[in-house]
Design a binder for this molecule. Structure first.
Ligand code: URA
Length: 190
């Protein structure tokens, strides 16, 4: 099995995503290689594109605060994005851009073997649950057996960037986030 550094080195060369042409660099996932929880965001923003690390801007700061509220740190989790290159002006990634980055994400998930996958926003969720609506399922533990996936457990949350500028969503996200420790405990006991 390949290690995370090997996976990132391979895909930085072989990923066929068209966004490579406009992005500064690839933004691979980052964090604890043995994390129980993997968080999946959408795509890198401006700061991430410049630094080459995921969630280092305003959304990342908010995420770190939420992790602290459940006694977790960035070092405890693995965090990555659906798409590894910044879309121009932060537009939504196109289907073919998501498709081109899909195997990179899959390899990361297989390497980390998390117990729980947390989706940050609808773009990450729809890759695994194309018919669900984030407004209906946020904060609800979803169970699905997906071939090749290291876990059957998925928790969709609102995206921290969307929640930062919307008071209602922000409160929903804060409430949903508090469920993570109990969800993890319940999964461990199954
Ligand atoms: N938003 C994302 O979805 N990913 C990042 O890395 C930063 C902001």
């Amino acid at each position: 099995m390949k290690t995370l550094p090997e996976i990132h080195e391979y895909w930085k060369v072989h990923c066929t995503c068209d966004l490579k042409a406009t992005a500064t660099q690839a933004v691979p996932g980052d964090g604890n290689a043995h994390a129980e929880v993997v968080f999946i965001g959408e795509a890198p923003g401006k700061k991430e594109d410049l630094e080459g690390r995921p969630f280092v801007g305003a959304a990342g700061k908010f995420l770190s605060e939420m992790l602290a509220s459940i006694n977790m740190k960035r070092e405890d989790i693995y965090i990555t994005n659906m798409v590894k290159y910044r879309p121009p002006n932060n537009r939504d990634p196109l289907p073919e851009e998501k498709e081109a980055c899909k195997q990179w994400l899959h390899d990361e998930l297989v390497a980390v073997q998390p117990k729980l996958i947390v989706f940050l926003g609808r773009i990450a969720m729809s890759n695994f649950f194309p018919t669900e609506k984030i407004s209906a399922v946020h904060g609800k533990l979803l169970k699905k057996n997906i071939a090749g996936m290291p876990t059957e457990y998925f928790l969709p949350l609102y995206h921290p960037a969307a929640a930062l500028y919307n008071g209602g969503l922000r409160q929903e996200l804060l409430n949903d986030f508090q469920k993570i420790p109990l969800v993890l405990k319940n999964i461990a006991e199954k």
